[in-house]
Design a protein around this ligand. Structure first.
Ligand code: GLU
Length: 313
């Protein structure tokens, strides 16, 4: 059978139009009050292929709160600082539990299941902090994002960070609980301050897709040629994204989309088509597992139409 290669720009444009027309949009997160202000009708998508071509649709230039997507980048930074020693602090198994669950921590002696549930991400942030003062650690994380996205205009939304600081009782409990097992080295307030702030980084789909390019291309940005991590590290980060990137919706995401991905409660998803593209989608309405409802559907359509599932032969 001789099929023509689908045109990426057309596919992305069609998906954006289809998503704009849908009425099922999920529920915007409200547990961080500032996030509740997001526009439930927003939808954005940006796809950057291996040649650096950027295909965009919808609200692809609007900054949104990246929230847990930042955990991919803090994991990358922390691995660069402490290497595989990181895996003594944090596991790499899917949790099968909600993002902010505390029950597993008791059974597993304060060692979080993976770096993408909140407890695991807080433990990773603590490792980054151990080399710095909170302000420096945060500066390092932000500069890393700016470097990856090649855009110094990326900022932390202080209102979102303050909002989470005021209402983050569950995360405060998780951090204190881990501290009691000796899994957190720094003062809990310092670690949480850095964690809440890196979750509050605001980026557009275009900026986020740009930042993810190294994961799609064996650890380096194919346009600049700059290496971010070794190829083996990039594929391992992708593996953890595939198995753990969507909390207890990770199995469903792998089944439907077939790509490593990481979601955030701001409604963003970063997905990686290895060797092909870095993709960011954003729609603030979430499904029951806390993942972007339309974001997931858009990615499912994209991988189907482009033939990009990693499970395709
Ligand atoms: N900052 C959020 C929290 O810790 C991140 C959760 C998420 O994006 O899934 O609750």
């Amino acid at each position: 059978m001789n099929r023509t290669t689908p045109n990426l720009d057309e596919v992305v444009r069609d998906i954006a139009a289809e998503m704009r027309a849908r009425t099922d949009r999920g529920e915007v997160a409200t547990y961080i009050p500032e996030l509740a202000r997001a526009d439930a009708n927003a939808f954005g998508i940006a796809v950057i292929d291996s040649d650096g071509h950027v295909a965009v649709g919808g609200d692809s230039e609007t900054p949104f709160s990246i929230q847990s997507i930042s955990k991919v980048f803090t994991l990358t930074l922390a691995l660069g600082m402490v290497g595989d020693r990181l895996w003594r602090r944090v596991g790499r198994e899917p949790s099968g539990s909600p993002f902010n669950s505390i029950v597993q921590l008791e059974r597993e002696h304060g060692i979080p299941r993976n770096p993408f549930i909140n407890a695991g991400a807080i433990a990773v942030t603590d490792l980054i902090l151990s080399r710095h003062q909170p302000r420096e650690a945060l500066g390092e994380i932000l500069r890393f994002m700016q470097f990856l996205a090649q855009d110094t205009s990326i900022i932390i939304d202080e209102e979102v960070a303050a909002s989470e600081l005021r209402t983050g009782f569950r995360n405060i409990a998780l951090a204190n609980y881990m501290k009691s097992f000796g899994v957190i080295d720094n003062p809990v307030d310092f670690t949480l301050g850095v964690y809440f702030h890196h979750c509050a980084i605001a980026m557009s789909c275009r900026q986020l897709a740009m930042a993810g390019r190294f994961l799609a291309h064996s650890g380096r940005n194919p346009t600049t040629g700059l290496s971010v991590v070794q190829p083996e590290r990039a594929l391992r980060i992708n593996a953890v994204m595939l198995t753990c990137g969507h909390y207890d919706g990770s199995g469903e995401f792998a089944y439907r989309v077939g790509l490593p991905g990481k979601s955030g409660v701001g409604g963003g998803i970063l997905a990686i088509a290895p060797g092909r593209a870095s993709i960011a989608v954003w729609s603030p309405g979430l499904d029951a597992a806390g993942n972007s409802h339309l974001g997931r559907i858009a990615l499912e359509l994209l991988t189907k139409r482009m033939g990009w599932s990693i499970f395709a032969g």
